[in-house]
Ligand binder design. Sequence first.
Ligand SMILES: [Zn+2]
Length: 383
Amino acid sequence: MLCAIMKEGQLICLGDGYRANELKRLRNSHSFYCPVCHHEVKLKVGERRIYHFAHKPDAACPVSHDQESVYHLQGKQLLYQWLKKQGLRPVLEPYIKKIKQRPDLLVKYEMKMIAIEFQCATLKLTDYQKRTTGFVKFGIDPIWIIGGNRLKRLTNSFFQLSEFHWQFVQRKEKHSKLLFFCPEQKAFFILEQLTPFMKNKSSASVTYLPLQQTRVASFMTVSKRCSSLQLSGWKRNLLHFRTTSHRFFTKDTKQMMELFYQKLHISLPFFPSEVFIPIPSGSIFAHPVFVWQGYLYLYMIDRSPFRLDSAVCYMNKLIRTRRLKLRWNHREKVIDAVNEYAFYLCKKGFLSKEQDVYDLNRPLFKESCLATLLKRDAYYFSE
Ligand SMILES: [Zn+2]
């Protein structure tokens, strides 16, 4: 941790930029105590690690700060200084007694209290929910910023995102957003238009914001649309998917493969372009893109002409019977995903819409020639 109190009750905050010799001098003449549990803490002024306070090994403190990494300490300090430079008055590691929580930073911004959590270590979903609800109940808006060391870029527009990442997605807006901060590069990375392809592999638009040129407002408002770069990355990724042999299949993939084989006699690499549509709202489904869209595709073939409501009803039935799993319990968002999916297919001429009724525009397309299939992908995944 970066803050402690001295005997006289005075708070010392290492975020304020002390020099090593100053701290060593202080250390010789003062004792330091944890602001939360009041146990004595040690001031560490090493050459390699960032200066910090540490509890003695046996101290029981209600707020866990075990094994804070250098990366985390450094990030907290930089974010604190960054907020101060903007004329704001952040508090580092404040302990909020009523909710027994200590966010990394607390700052008043545009009449709102904001807690900033810089999360570098693994965090259980239950802990995340508990902490988030704690803040919200107390009238504080939490902003979760993930450690940049947890950002794994696979290609230009593809990232390895696991359930750890998805729990932090800001879902207030229609489109999902993830914030990262890297203290080593002194920069924020904002991922938007998160669109899962496989379970742990998602496409996203990334914005790089150097700390010095960024203000709080800028990362609250950044909003990128699905870029052509993202779309061409999506197409490349699909090409790779179609031409690489797959050895391990998850249960949901196997089910979809069986369904397509029974109904249309096509195998996974030859699945139609229509089940690989990049729909950001589809991130609500905890499945590969071709699984949730596969169900919709087969539904359209069987039931066209159809109304949007009935397609949504059908998806909800799959959720109830656990064929489909939601990533978040926001059933009302299913309609967005289905709606955007149908909209895309209309735009590409696969569906037509008259009043509220959708119908298949073309005879069913079954392709067993890879080259033709790729041409079709090219048509589907370009602007
Ligand atoms: Zn303590």
